[in-house]
Design a protein around this ligand. Structure first.
Ligand SMILES: Nc1ncnc2c1ncn2[C@@H]1O[C@H](COP(=O)(O)OP(=O)(O)OP(=O)(O)O)[C@@H](O)[C@H]1O
Ligand SMILES: [Mg+2]
Length: 189
């Protein structure tokens, strides 16, 4: 079972990258009561049959994990969201990409904790591969945006310990400004 919303987000972005996405857009909005997350990718997309099947925990494409016949990510996420009074939407077309969005009621006692937001965002930037990722964080007090391509230009390889440390410090400063309501508009590295 997943420990935090950050874990769920990690899995959804991993799905997008595994689907061959060259660009993943993540919107992560916290309005106090509601946590709204949307992940849109331009990967391989799903057929109508696959869209129906992803609600089923015994659904995986059979290629990712040879020998394993279950995929747990989307099914558990959907179940958790619906059981806690939230809402969920999946749009996907073959060769067009996939958009998964959900809304969580943070006042519901069964909603998992958000988790370590700074580490989670740094982790989303540090998967292997040539994808770009544009992440927007928003609250009622402001917003900021980070783009993987900009971070790579500034820091080089993001997977090294030094780069990851700098990346975490940068995200932490953006989060701190966001919590203080000092962060408006786009902020680049
Ligand atoms: N963004 C996406 N684009 C295209 N197909 C997707 C996407 N997300 C999920 N899928 C399809 O839905 C299936 C189920 O996804 P899910 O995350 O539930 O399990 P999994 O990725 O197969 O396994 P696990 O998450 O346990 O590694 C995937 O195998 C894949 O075929
Ligand atoms: Mg998955």
């Amino acid at each position: 079972m997943h420990a935090s919303v950050c874990d769920q987000l990690h899995d959804l972005v991993q799905n997008a990258i595994e689907a061959g996405a060259s660009c993943v857009r993540v919107m992560w909005r916290d309005t106090g009561r509601w946590l709204e997350i949307c992940i849109a990718d331009d990967g391989c997309g799903m057929t109508a049959e696959m869209r129906e099947r992803v609600a089923d925990p015994f659904c995986t494409d059979g290629r990712k994990h040879p020998g394993r016949r279950v995929g747990l990510g989307l099914a558990f996420l959907r179940q958790m969201v619906l059981e806690t009074g939230g809402s969920w939407n999946l749009e996907s077309e073959p060769n067009m990409g996939t958009t998964v969005s959900f809304r969580l009621d943070q006042t519901h006692w069964d909603v998992p904790p958000a988790g370590d937001v700074v580490s989670a965002i740094a982790g989303l930037m540090a998967f292997e591969g040539e994808y770009d990722l544009v992440l927007t964080r928003a609250t009622s007090r402001g917003r900021y945006e980070v783009r993987r391509a900009d971070l790579r230009e500034a820091l080089g390889e993001l997977e090294t310990a030094t780069s990851l440390g700098m990346l975490r410090d940068y995200i932490a400063s953006q989060e701190e400004a966001l919590q203080k309501g000092q962060n408006h508009g786009r902020h680049d590295t």
